[in-house]
Design a protein around this ligand. Structure first.
Ligand SMILES: Cc1cc2nc3c(=O)[nH]c(=O)nc-3n(C[C@H](O)[C@H](O)[C@H](O)COP(=O)(O)OP(=O)(O)OC[C@H]3O[C@@H](n4cnc5c(N)ncnc54)[C@H](O)[C@@H]3O)c2cc1C
Length: 450
């Protein structure tokens, strides 16, 4: 049993650090969060970050486990999204529901969510030190070098949980001490956020959907905000012979690009070129770390396993880390070392799996969603999950609407893909024929026989 007067330090008051602090404070620990930014409750916008993000089952379950009132508070200003609204190059629309049971994901404001968690944590007695940046750590002496307003000082931290994001200083300093190894896998695409104001947002219907403009090698998406505005995100290669951020170097090239490839969306952005050049272009990466647990120090959330955003699971996975850690601490009588090591041992295969799924989903979103063969497959899969709900769960719903460990969802998804490949290899199958009784019976037989 740990000494509850002992302070648990958390690096980072982002989404994961703030939620984790609530779990720990509720267990009776003194919790001190060290955050390099100013108090975000004084900020109107988190520069350079997606300003809304998709919250789904895993995240909601963790929020509820931390504080039963949190989901209600957060969902009060969230927008449910029931599926993808696809926009083709001619402006034609098609809707693909996420599930046959009307399950949804929620678009939430990143800053509101973060502020709500910090408020809830303070309510539990957590103390936040803003504008305190971690510069170095020394594991041998269990010390952290902090800087605050041009001054540096060292503090002792017997228990430290690093939730300081994808570029974690704690992780890199542990790495320098030869304690772990991480791999940052940058992808060729970057992203840029572009705001659609509320008066234009009403032209983008339905509001309760994630809008996608798939264009093969690149894409744009838009998530709704509670005030009827949208946050659009353009994903484009950094360098490409045909189309890339590099090619869009002046107002004329930006306007030409949008009018040619996103004609229906280009009218939704006032000052498109101005926004384009004033908003940053950021890169995307997966981070794989071979070790998260170091005695009573731990890496968690993006600091341990940052992933590209294409499955909308980075935060949800980080929140799930917090819930699982809370359960392990309870199970192991708040013995940090054992709980940290067990979390790392149990969970790494799952975060590796969601990283792979997120990369696959990028291809699905930007390319396959506009492909007839793929759409037919999705229709058949949707019908199968209705007809055989116990036997056939779509990969998307296992990842998004269940607690199934990501690695199990991936394994089942691969197995199901094999069955679907066999079904789809029938060249006579089309949008009408698959519903004919004898064809459908054959499909059911194939699935049930596996
Ligand atoms: C474009 C984009 C879209 C996304 N969309 C989704 C989505 O729809 N759904 C989803 O689930 N996830 C999404 N994600 C992923 C999600 O943003 C992350 O998984 C999540 O923010 C991770 O939370 P975290 O607390 O681990 O890290 P962060 O949110 O990065 O927080 C880290 C905190 O640590 C602080 N910090 C950093 N360095 C130091 C230091 N040296 N000293 C002190 N403090 C420090 C930072 O200031 C920050 O407050 C998206 C990500 C991107 C980039």
């Amino acid at each position: 049993m740990e000494d509850r007067r002992q302070t648990v330090f958390i690096a980072g008051a982002g989404l994961v650090g703030s939620l984790l602090s609530i779990f720990l404070a509720k267990k009776g620990f003194a919790v001190q969060v060290l955050e390099k930014r100013a108090d975000p409750r004084q900020n109107l916008r988190n520069e350079g970050r997606s300003i809304n993000l998709a919250l789904s089952h895993r995240g909601l379950r963790a929020l509820e486990a931390a504080d039963a009132q949190l989901p209600e508070r957060i969902l009060a200003e969230a927008v449910p999204m029931y599926g993808r609204q696809m926009h083709d190059e001619q402006g034609h629309l098609s809707f693909q529901p996420y599930s046959s049971t009307k399950a949804c994901i929620y678009s939430v404001s990143r800053s509101q969510l973060n502020n709500c968690l910090i408020n809830a944590a303070e309510h539990q007695g957590v103390s936040f030190l803003f504008e305190h940046s971690i510069e170095e750590t020394d594991f041998a002496s269990k010390t952290i070098l902090l800087s605050h307003q041009d001054k540096s000082f060292t503090i002792e931290a017997t228990v430290l949980i690093a939730a300081d994001g994808v570029f974690s200083k704690v992780r890199s300093s542990l790495e320098k001490q030869g304690l772990c190894h991480s791999r940052l896998e940058k992808i060729d695409h970057g992203y840029k956020e572009l705001d659609i104001p509320a008066e234009k947002g009403s032209l983008l219907a339905p509001q309760t959907a994630l809008h996608i403009w798939p264009r093969g090698e690149y894409m744009m998406i838009a998530l709704p905000n509670f005030d009827k505005s949208y946050t659009g995100t353009l994903f484009l290669p950094f360098n490409d012979e045909d189309l890339s951020f590099q090619e869009l170097h002046d107002e004329a090239s930006v306007m030409r690009f949008f009018h040619a490839h996103f004609p229906d969306a280009s009218v939704l952005f006032p000052d498109l070129a101005k926004q384009y050049f004033s908003n940053p272009t950021s890169f995307l990466a997966n981070v794989f770390t071979d070790r998260w647990a170091f005695g009573e120090w731990l890496l968690i959330g993006d600091a341990a396993h940052g992933i590209v955003p294409f499955y909308g699971q980075g935060m949800n996975a980080g929140f799930e880390d917090c819930r699982l850690l809370d359960e392990l601490l309870t199970q192991h009588h708040d013995h940090f070392e054992v709980a940290f090591q067990t979390l790392c041992d149990n969970r790494k295969k799952d975060t590796d799996a969601i990283a792979r799924l997120a990369m696959d989903n990028f291809i699905e979103m930007r390319d396959l969603v506009a492909d007839d063969h793929f759409l037919l497959q999705k229709k058949i899969e949707g019908a199968l999950s209705k007809a055989l709900p116990e036997q056939w769960k779509t990969l998307y719903s296992e990842v998004t609407f269940s607690d199934t460990p990501y690695s199990e969802a991936l394994a089942r998804g691969l197995k199901n893909q094999g069955i679907m490949n066999e079904i789809m290899s029938d060249p006579s199958l089309d949008l009408k024929r698959w519903e004919e009784k004898e064809v459908w019976d054959l499909i059911l037989k194939k699935v049930s026989g596996q």
